[in-house]
Design a binder for this molecule. Structure first.
Ligand SMILES: O=P(O)(O)O[C@H]1O[C@H](CO)[C@@H](O)[C@H]1O
Ligand SMILES: O=c1cc[nH]c(=O)[nH]1
Length: 251
């Protein structure tokens, strides 16, 4: 009998895969693909491009979320329905901290919920936090592999071009927030509500004293430090999933 596909991600429920990497950009899926064994293209519907492969014998799915909370929440819901148990976002972000530089990987411990999607699910008093087991694996691997990184709280936002962006960045930076992206808060909240383990690794593509627009433009054109940061975040995410997989006895 033909398998019913999830409405948006267009994937069936019999892939038998538990771990998903979630970049925002569909183009990043292609770059993850180069690091996997036996990659197979699955689907590309709207912003959701997916590839299935293996990493050190462990099956892993890569699927893009598109930009922002709503499309991310849809991806999380449909991934849960096909049996995914852990999601690590491999995103890009801006630095809000003077010592967090281009190409550093932020390991988000929690996120300020300035997104709209997570509020559609649950009261804002509910925290947006990463899974502790994944955080422990990620920190240990980043240290061992000497990947430039920093753990801390990020802010997820819904706007990019309002007149208040600089003011908002200064406010949150002044309150100890180290980076900003657009999906981490949604991932942490919706993932927790659905019983998933989630983490978010953010490659810094906008430096602490740089404008958002210019940083993102440089990243897209292949700036060297941010290219390396992307490789680092992908390898870190794959290694953390592998460590978790091994801890479960390879099941
Ligand atoms: O590079 P990705 O993963 O899309 O992440 C960041 O880039 C986009 C904005 O340029 C937003 O999605 C933001 O969170
Ligand atoms: O502040 C920033 C910079 C890059 N990307 C984002 O989503 N936010």
């Amino acid at each position: 009998m033909e398998q019913t596909l999830q409405a948006h991600i267009q994937l069936p429920a019999d892939l038998d895969v538990k771990y998903a990497l979630l970049p925002g950009d569909p183009a990043r899926v292609e770059r993850v693909k180069l690091l996997l064994d036996d990659p197979v293209d699955l689907a590309f519907n709207r912003e959701y491009k997916s590839v299935l492969g293996t990493y050190q014998g462990m099956k892993v799915l890569v699927i893009s979320s598109g930009i922002g909370g709503p499309s991310t929440a849809i991806a999380i819901e449909e991934l849960t329905r096909i049996g995914i148990e852990g999601i690590i976002r491999i995103g890009s972000c801006g630095s809000l901290h003077p010592a967090v530089h281009l190409g550093d990987v932020i390991i988000a411990t929690a996120a300020v919920r300035d997104d709209g999607a997570s509020k559609a699910y649950v009261d804002s008093a509910y925290p947006a936090v990463a899974d502790l087991d994944l955080l422990i694996y990620l920190r240990s691997i980043a240290e061992t592999e000497r990947i430039p990184h920093r753990l801390g709280i990020v802010r997820s936002h819904d706007s990019f071009y309002t007149a208040r962006e600089e003011q908002l960045t200064a406010y949150w930076s002044g309150n100890g927030i180290i980076g900003s992206d657009m999906e981490t808060a949604t991932l942490f909240v919706v993932g927790a509500l659905r019983g998933l383990k989630t983490a978010s690794l953010l490659n810094v593509v906008v430096g602490p004293d740089e404008g958002m627009e210019e940083g993102v433009r440089q990243f897209v054109s292949g700036e060297a430090a941010t290219k390396q940061g992307e490789q680092n975040q992908i390898k870190l995410a794959l290694s953390a999933f592998h460590a978790w997989h091994q801890a479960k006895g390879g099941e």
